[in-house]
Write a protein that binds this ligand. Sequence first.
Ligand SMILES: N[C@@H](CCC(=O)N[C@@H](CS)C(=O)NCC(=O)O)C(=O)O
Length: 217
Amino acid sequence: MKLIGMFDSPFVRRVAIALKLYGMPFEHLDWSVGRDFVRIREYSPLGRVPTLVLDDGEVLAESSAILDSLDDMAGGARALMPRAGAERRRTLQLIALAVGAAEKGREQIYEGAFRPPEKRHVPWVERCRSQMLGAVALLEESCAARGSGAWLVGDRMTHADIAAAVVMTFLAEMPAVALDTAAWPALRAFVGRCEALPEFRATYAPASPPKSGAGAG
Ligand SMILES: N[C@@H](CCC(=O)N[C@@H](CS)C(=O)NCC(=O)O)C(=O)O
């Protein structure tokens, strides 16, 4: 398997961490959506990362869709998504909040990186920031309600934990977002615990903010 995309992208990183937890080996193609846009599009015309190339050449896009397929391949006890019911619903909603916050963070970064300064639309950036903060506040509430040392859903790690942790690291470390993690103490402690795990450490990359024409992630 080949995983395309840089690990400073939370979307790419959540797939890489899951692959490691499943014990599925993969080759990491550390390609930037700016600098390596053309070769990414040779695999995926959408030109986004993560892009996962399976051993038979099939190409998968979109982190949540990729993880759904990988969970299916991993099967049974190795799957990182509760199978049904309230735990599954809760996990999906927490993932939606985390991925949504990351997308709103990404918009703030891209506004600065890809739009000429004189054309920057401040109300759009402010709107994205407020949406991002709204989602983070809900994640904080969920995390605080679970108490320290707990996972966000049930009694073992799920895709919700991975998504929340990598997204918070991304939002805190990308200079254009610079989320103040002190304002979110339950998440801050939770992220510290996750980032200390071997699968998280092995996939950590410091933020490399995009330059015009050479994008983040
Ligand atoms: N919802 C997508 C978001 C992926 C995404 O936005 N990736 C960024 C890199 S962090 C990207 O590919 N940007 C280039 C572009 O959209 O043109 C997912 O979960 O995979």
